[in-house]
Design a protein around this ligand. Structure first.
Ligand SMILES: Cc1[nH+]cc(COP(=O)(O)O)c(CN[C@@H](CCC(=O)O)C(=O)O)c1O
Length: 304
């Protein structure tokens, strides 16, 4: 990822991509406390637009607040910086990665005396779980690693070191040929995917596992709006892995994953073993919205 043309926004200015570096004694590299966002921009008939830019930027700020990290830029400055990165790199559609991290001003666990830096990169990133997965659904396995307890890492923050847990889970299942991991919480109830939220459909009702130890996803929030717009019942409840085995449909949501159907969990076929009809409707509407084909949702688009 380091050797490419383009520009990265770093601490207030655009720098050439290859020069956007940091020292090996960067505090966050050693101790794992950085907060980040995953954001997408899509090409629409009216030009490129970043999807739910205010919400993603607010979550970045919230993540910093939760971990007592004072991000030295305002919400407006961070939003403008993300628009600027897309413009400067002439990207029609892309994935953006804003990150706030402690620099190399000091080592030692305490962050006192370390400075908070912000970088924002953007690059083209297609179907996170594969084009085929978007259409046919993916194979998922429940990981033996539990999602962190809510008093271990703060679930409302998108914290880098949370993802060591996600990496363990993803590697564990992908090495056995599955596409993604599902994680249970420390009590054995369903939490979320390694990098996604989960929805399950049964008898026409759309469910999500109680969001306690899962990230409050912005794609999740968008999909809940779509579910209600489609006149479907939506419920959030405690869920066990075998609730999913006997479901009619299931899908993951995420900025990177978008809306990815799940056709199998733990070698149990879900429904007909393919993208279900309600999932298809939700997915189609989601892609209409992000691609600017749904005027009712234009408030979610920030045009560059
Ligand atoms: C653990 C987790 N849960 C839920 C979500 C969905 O949140 P949202 O993007 O706001 O709908 C994500 C995003 N996962 C990001 C990381 C992808 C990566 O590999 O990096 C993403 O989708 O950008 C998670 O990482």
């Amino acid at each position: 990822m380091a050797d490419r043309d383009g520009f990265i926004w770093q601490d207030g200015k655009l720098v050439p991509w290859r020069e956007a570096t940091t020292h090996v004694l960067t505090h966050s590299l050693h101790y794992g406390l950085s907060v980040f966002e995953g954001v997408r921009a899509y090409k629409t008939a009216k030009g490129t637009a970043i999807f739910r830019l205010p919400e993603h930027t607010q979550r970045l700020i919230n993540s910093g607040k939760i971990y007592m990290m004072d991000i030295p830029f305002s919400k407006e400055e961070l939003m403008e910086a993300q628009l600027e990165v897309v413009r400067a790199n002439k990207l029609e559609s892309c994935y953006l990665r804003p990150i706030a991290f402690y620099g190399s001003e000091k080592m030692g666990i305490s962050t006192r005396g370390a400075r908070v830096h912000v970088a924002i990169a953007a690059w083209p990133w297609g179907a996170y779980l594969g084009e085929e997965g978007l259409e046919k659904g993916i194979r998922v396995r429940t990981s033996s690693f539990a999602r962190q307890h809510v008093n271990v890492t703060m679930a409302r923050a998108k914290l880098a070191s949370t993802y060591a847990n996600s990496i363990l889970a993803n590697l564990e299942v992908t090495q056995d040929g599955y596409d993604e991991a599902l994680l249970l919480d420390t009590q054995g109830f369903v939490a979320e995917g390694a990098g996604e939220n989960l929805f399950v459909i049964k008898d026409g009702v759309v469910y999500e596992p109680e969001i306690a130890s899962a990230l409050t996803g912005i794609t999740r929030d968008s999909v809940i709006n779509v579910v209600r717009e489609l006149g479907l019942r939506f419920e959030s409840r405690r869920m066990t892995r075998d609730d999913i085995y006997i479901a009619d449909e299931a899908f993951f949501t995420g900025t990177a994953a978008e809306v990815t159907p799940i056709r199998e969990l733990d070698n149990r076929t879900i429904g007909a073993g393919k993208r279900g009809p309600i999932t298809e409707k939700i997915q189609a509407r989601f892609f209409d919205i992000v691609n600017g084909r749904a005027p009712e949702y234009e408030r979610w688009l920030s045009f560059i």
